[in-house]
Design a protein around this ligand. Sequence first.
Ligand code: SME
Length: 177
Amino acid sequence: MSSFIPGLNDTLNPKAKFYADLAMQCTGLLQGQRNPVTNTANISSLVYHAMQETPVREGKPVNWAGFYLRNASKPNSLLLGPFQGKPACTEIEFGKGVCGTAASDGKCMVVKNVHEFPGHIACDAASKSEIVVPLRAADGKILGVFDIDSSEVDAFDDYDRIGLEAIANMIVEASDL
Ligand code: SME
């Protein structure tokens, strides 16, 4: 059985099914736990490994998946949170790089080629494309971002955006971010 994700109910599409299954696993992992570090740690692991192991990525491997969370002691700044992959830069200001742009605009960023994105912050030299989904509270406040990188160009599409936005919403609702 697959859970329903608004905008992603095309059960014939393998990527839609992948995200529906992933959302179900997120529901299980988030149950009974509201600590934001605990929850983002487990979700980064779940998503990273699921993306490594699934054929729906069609040879576009994921090399980094993790969170930048709002810096409580500095306005408009994100701090590195739980992640899977190589060590990354620790602080990103709103408006800087792909993550900071997603945070300041409050919109998902799908970057087909990071080398063509002005101001892209290179953490892992292997990264060629990237998707960044904001973690947005009900009142619109940006609480952080969920960032996933691929070592191939053009690795992410609307199925990824919709699926990851659904997971981001689940994290926000389930955690005291
Ligand atoms: N490339 C990101 C920085 C974070 S890493 O990809 C892990 C950016 O431009 O914001």
